[in-house]
Design a protein around this ligand. Structure first.
Ligand code: ADP
Length: 512
């Protein structure tokens, strides 16, 4: 016979007389592991060490039992439902029912009346151990699932990062080809659209893996929501036009100040408006409204598209959920956008909800964000960025990918800049002394010395005499913080478009 394990033990609590020893002896004689406890404190210690069943003499349920054992029972992990047997003095039926109700704080509790027969005790305890073993099995399944989720999130983060590098080169190369003028503009448009779609998917993947592991940090600023909504809606006009959907902003007059992370709030709006366009047929309408109500900014994205069934209104915010709308998969997406929206809104102290009168009747997504108090509002204008200045500059690009160097060089030369190149950290520093650039664009994942270290050394050697721009696949706020701490002036995330690169360089001024 195999020895019962620690977690198959039966704990017996009986403070007086020989009851506990007798019960324990019966259990042991049948090959079961029994541990006698005289005090609640001992029961709690043993429970922490692992047990399958708790057998209690009713007299032991005095003061302290409810706080001690009751607390433990109430805070069991989700897989656990410890079987508890209370051995009573033997009582009439109706008292038995009442006693059971009164002991409901013991959770999975069963009353055993005295005199207790050996066979009865053994059969109920054995069946309880069986049930407990199934609970342990469920615990293993849950733990394995958690490990899988963790591994999946790590994989998604790595995948997203790896995909960003080739995408960065493709998108920048496209911009260069485009500006040089080529003979096949339609095909080029297709490649550009699809690359942008790919890069949006990659961003969602990265964001969701960050969100689910709690790694997104917000950088709060006073935000004028009306202006931000206006800009976000404007940015969605081209895809709306391409989908044959009319998109309109209806903004109540006046400012709508909130305190939040403008990048993330814009992401929320872009996701909701993007969905509204995606799930509305050509000829349909999307309206984005903004007003204030009850101390909140209220943003409504309304469409007259395919709508949602009542059962899906909550569910759509869950990770990977996509409603089977009978539409083809051509609309794309991973079922992640609304998960991000909900998490980001909640992190801002707000709420989001979906409403629809049913399938075919359109949807409304409403976001409420707390309005900023006057103390949170900016004292003056936003910290103004340097004014753009398009004069040619000498730019050093340090990147270990020959493709990335090649497209960055073409892009920068096309913008009129003079370019020098290096392929790793140490030669990047050497080249910086040789070609004396005003701007250095540095990839972070470099061989030899990483981009952070290159930035630190250049800063130490040259003070603020050159502008350092990090150009990386790592696009999360923490990465940005790390880059700024290493001495970078700017942090651009791949894939970067030529205009973003141009703006970064034109706004850079070493003397600022
Ligand atoms: P995705 O759009 O990538 O599938 P989301 O998380 O953004 O993922 O949305 C989840 C699901 O919610 C979508 O697949 C769609 O079924 C539904 N949905 C979202 N927005 C709308 C909308 N405006 N109208 C109808 N259904 C929507």
């Amino acid at each position: 016979m195999t020895r019962p394990s620690q977690s198959e033990r039966v704990l017996v609590l009986a403070p007086l007389g020989r009851d506990a020893e007798v019960a324990a002896a019966v259990l042991r004689s049948a090959g079961l592991a029994a541990v006698v406890c005289r005090e609640i404190r001992t029961v709690l210690e043993e429970l922490r060490a692992g047990a399958a069943v708790l057998l209690i003499a009713q007299e032991a349920l005095g003061a302290g039992a409810r706080e001690g054992i009751g607390e433990w029972i109430a805070h069991q992990p989700p897989w656990s439902d410890l079987p508890v047997f209370v051995v009573t003095g033997g009582a009439p039926r109706q008292d038995h029912a009442r006693a059971l109700r009164e002991l409901s704080w013991l959770g999975n509790v069963l009353l055993l009346d005295r005199p207790l027969r050996r066979a009865t005790l053994l059969s109920v305890v054995r069946s309880a151990i069986r049930a407990r073993l199934r609970q342990y099995a469920a615990r293993e399944v849950l733990a394995a699932r958690e490990r899988e989720v963790l591994a999946r999130d790590q994989f998604l983060a790595m995948l997203g990062h790896e995909l960003r590098n080739p995408l960065g080169a493709i998108i920048l190369a496209l911009d260069v080809i485009d500006r040089r003028g080529v003979a096949a503009p339609r095909q080029l448009d297709v490649v550009r659209r699809q690359s942008r779609q790919l890069s949006r998917l990659v961003d969602d993947l990265l964001d969701v893996s960050r969100v689910t592991s709690g790694k997104i940090t917000l950088h709060h600023h006073p935000v004028e929501l009306a202006a931000l909504v206006g800009r976000a809606v404007e940015a969605q006009q081209p895809p709306a036009a391409a989908a044959g959907v009319s998109l309109r902003a209806e903004l109540a007059p006046g400012e709508v100040p909130v305190l939040g992370d403008p990048v993330r709030i814009e992401q929320v709006i872009a996701n909701l408006v993007g969905n509204a366009i995606k799930y509305t047929r050509p000829g349909g309408h999307v309206t984005v409204g903004l007003e204030t109500s009850g101390g909140d900014a209220v943003l409504r994205v309304h469409d007259d598209g395919i709508g949602l069934a009542a059962a899906d209104l909550e569910r759509v915010f869950d990770t990977f959920v996509q409603v089977d709308s009978g539409l083809d998969r051509a609309r794309g997406g991973l079922g992640l956008g609304l998960t991000l929206v909900k998490t980001l809104v909640t992190m801002h102290g707000g709420r989001v909800r979906a409403d629809s009168a049913g399938p075919g009747k359109g949807s409304t997504f409403t976001v409420r964000l707390p309005l900023a108090s006057p103390a949170d509002r900016p004292a003056g204008a936003d910290r103004a960025a340097a004014a753009p200045d398009a004069r040619p500059r000498r730019v050093l690009v340090i990147d270990d990918s020959p493709d990335n160097r090649e497209v960055a060089q073409s892009a920068l030369e096309m913008l009129g800049h003079e370019v020098c190149l290096a392929g790793d950290g140490p030669s990047g520093i050497e080249e910086a002394f040789r070609c004396n650039p005003e701007v250095v664009v540095i990839d972070i994942g470099l061989p030899g010395l990483d981009g952070y270290e290159v930035a630190r050394r250049l800063r130490a050697a040259r003070g603020r005499g050159m502008v350092l721009i990090a150009l990386t696949g790592y696009g999360q706020p923490d990465d940005r913080q790390r880059a700024l701490a290493a001495g970078f002036d700017l942090h651009l995330t791949k894939p970067v478009e030529i205009d973003a690169l141009r703006r970064a360089i034109e706004r850079s001024d070493p003397s600022a």
